[in-house]
Design a protein around this ligand. Structure first.
Ligand SMILES: NC(=O)c1ccc[n+]([C@@H]2O[C@H](COP(=O)([O-])OP(=O)(O)OC[C@H]3O[C@@H](n4cnc5c(N)ncnc54)[C@H](OP(=O)(O)O)[C@@H]3O)[C@@H](O)[C@H]2O)c1
Length: 298
């Protein structure tokens, strides 16, 4: 099987790259914006690819003829999406239509990643067929990207996920576990919201979901987050306790105190039954994930 990954410099992209390059039955093409920032360059080829460039994207997919494209490239900073709506639209929505067209033309299965932010968080945890109602432009852009696929003739899988965390090199942004661990180690006063609930996802688990979907050529929407739902405050508290750090400087605050640009859904989390039974998706618990991170940091 030949697999092409977009956004391979990102967190999910790097996890896919490391897992897929070890599988000798897979021919891997990694692509991302700019040069390859992954230091281990063996076992795959790399092509610089901006997926908003329709001509280049169509040419790369046409000339490499993969069986599966996994699209991990996205504008993922929710507040920046609120400020830069056009850039967000171009990468999170329009580029997905370019990908779908190029994949259809070349008979390629397209795997795309979406988010819990397509929901308003009034009645999570959510099933795949619950009604979306995004509160932010990021959430809306991801919903629009899903809607492109619903109507398209390309073979597609949508994997929805929630707060992805993990260790990778030269990332352009941090993630909750690495950030909280570093801040607690410094003994900083931390004001953490306790009125938003999420199911954080180990990046390796999400990469496994992508690979399972690719191998099964699964069709449709799947919830593929972590399995433990908790408030953001509890998340940081559990990170601190797991790593044996002092959590006396942790303070609970409410979302209204934060003044964030984009609105966030209060309570998400996913029901994972469909992915469990059809994809054999079986994510780690939050504490198991934190132990995996310890081993990687060591
Ligand atoms: N992270 C989360 O908490 C979360 C939650 C729910 C859903 N998701 C979804 O999961 C997917 C993967 O997220 P992630 O955390 O791995 O994201 P990420 O770390 O931000 O990676 C995205 C990658 O895409 C690259 N990229 C940016 N613009 C591009 C372009 N025009 N063409 C090609 N590549 C481009 C970025 O390059 P640079 O590194 O140079 O910026 C980055 O390496 C995304 O679809 C995201 O929306 C993520």
């Amino acid at each position: 099987m030949k697999v092409l990954v977009t956004g391979s410099n990102g967190l999910l992209g790097q996890k896919l790259l490391y897992k897929l390059k070890e599988d000798k039955s897979i021919d891997l093409i990694a692509t991302s914006l700019g040069k390859n920032r992954v230091t281990n360059t063996k076992g795959y080829s790399y092509i610089k690819l901006d997926i908003t460039n329709k001509k280049k994207l169509t040419e790369v997919i046409g000339s490499n003829n993969p069986d599966v494209v996994i699209n991990t490239a996205a504008m993922t900073n929710v507040d920046i999406c609120e400020d830069k709506k056009q850039d967000c639209e171009s990468l999170n929505v329009t580029a997905v239509s370019y990908l779908a067209d190029a994949c259809l033309e070349n008979d390629v299965h397209l795997i795309h990643i979406s988010t819990d932010f397509i929901f308003d968080g009034e009645d999570g945890p959510y099933k795949e067929d619950d009604k979306p109602n995004p509160l932010s432009y990021y959430g809306l852009s991801k919903l629009k990207s899903e809607e492109i696929l619903y109507k398209h003739d390309v073979r597609w899988t949508i994997l929805r996920t929630i707060i992805v965390f993990g260790v990778a090199e030269n990332l352009s942004k941090s993630n909750i576990v690495l950030w909280a661990k570093a801040a607690l180690e410094k003994g900083e006063q931390l004001n953490i919201i306790d009125d938003q609930y999420r199911a954080p996802t180990l990046a390796e688990d999400l990469a496994d979901a992508c690979i399972l979907a690719a191998k099964k050529k699964a069709y449709g929407i799947y919830n593929t987050s972590g399995k433990d739902i908790m408030s953001i405050y509890e998340m940081v508290e559990r990170i601190g306790k797991h790593y044996g750090l002092d959590i006396t400087n942790l303070n609970k605050i409410s979302t209204s105190k934060l003044n964030q640009k984009a609105k966030r859904p209060p309570r998400t989390g996913f029901i994972l039954d469909k992915a469990n039974s059809i994809l054999d998706y079986n994510p780690h618990s939050f504490e198991e994930s934190l132990s995996i991170i310890t081993r990687q940091l060591n």
